[in-house]
Design a protein around this ligand. Structure first.
Ligand code: HXC
Length: 254
């Protein structure tokens, strides 16, 4: 259900459950979580790409598996919390490379990643309302922050699906590329990040994520601490010395 590859310092995770358009079952989410934590712990990897197939990034949580879930069992087992949020624990940058359907939990998974690159075939939506439920893996919150209240309301209340072009206009994705180039482009972005200072990349990611959880004042204070702390890193000395020596920096010392 999950396939992993490495491309230089980029780790690639493919969701591979074609018979169900990569519906995100418990087992698939367990495998995805293990793959993410594996790459996060591997010093040879600097950034991670998650992708699906040409037809679907993921068509959502597995509806067949969900239909018999009942409260309070859902609460006791911490459905969602137990398996869906591992990606949020990853300190390395994670890029979602989305082609085809990114619906429901698939759209939520993409939004939990740090950068979303979309193929021109991508379709984003939160159709949970059509099943008698609502998004449950942060969809209402992350969508509202990304696209604003009115569009988030329209998407979540009607289930309307956005084209890649509309998703780009709405700031749901970083950019759209031709479908044939999606994976190569995502790997290129991951390799570029992975060639930079790992500690600076992890701190940059953390600092931006704080913007979504704090006031501006607290966020700037957090950024300042991280910024100042980087003057204790070998990569700061190397990066600045390399610039002044007019040579390529060799990062990775911490
Ligand atoms: C289980 C799914 C599935 C899903 C597709 N399949 N999505 N199985 N869970 N989410 C299965 C279909 O049952 C079908 O299996 C096969 O994949 C191909 O799908 P089709 O429907 O035949 O394909 P198509 O006609 O091209 O339509 C594609 C589609 C449609 C528009 C994406 O499949 C669809 O609407 N899927 C459900 C989307 C959705 O509602 N997602 C939100 C889920 S709730 P068979 O065996 O018939 O071939 C959710 C909550 C998240 O995500 C909250 C946090 C966990």
């Amino acid at each position: 259900m999950i396939k992993t590859e490495t491309h230089g310092r980029a780790g690639l995770i493919r969701l591979d459950r074609p018979e169900a358009l990569n519906a995100l079952s418990d087992a698939l989410m367990e495998e995805l979580g293990a793959a993410l934590l594996g790459f996060d712990a591997d010093p040879a990897i600097g950034a991670i790409v998650i992708t699906g197939s040409e037809r679907a990034f993921a068509a959502g949580a597995d509806i067949r598996e969900m239909q018999d879930r009942r409260f309070p069992g859902t609460f006791r087992e911490d459905f969602i919390g137990a398996r869906w949020e591992t990606v949020l624990r990853v300190r390395k940058p994670v890029i979602a490379a989305v082609a085809g359907f990114a619906l429901g939990g698939g759209c939520e998974l993409a939004m939990m990643c740090d950068i979303v690159l979309a193929a021109d075939t991508a379709k984003f939506g939160q159709p949970e309302i059509t099943l008698g439920i609502i998004p449950g893996a942060g969809g209402t919150q992350r969508l509202a922050r990304a696209v604003g209240k009115s569009k988030a309301m329209e998407m979540v209340l009607t289930g309307r699906v956005l084209s890649a072009e509309e998703a780009e206009r709405a700031n749901l994705v970083a950019r759209v590329v031709p479908a044939a180039e999606l994976l190569a482009e995502a790997i290129k972005v991951a390799e570029r990040i992975a060639a930079l200072s790992p500690v600076a990349a992890a701190m940059a990611k953390q600092a931006i994520n704080v913007a979504f959880e704090s006031t501006l004042r607290e966020g700037v204070r957090h950024e300042r601490q991280l910024f100042l702390s980087l003057f204790g890193s070998a990569d700061q000395r190397e990066g600045m010395a390399a610039f002044l020596d007019k040579r390529k920096p060799r990062f990775g010392e911490g």
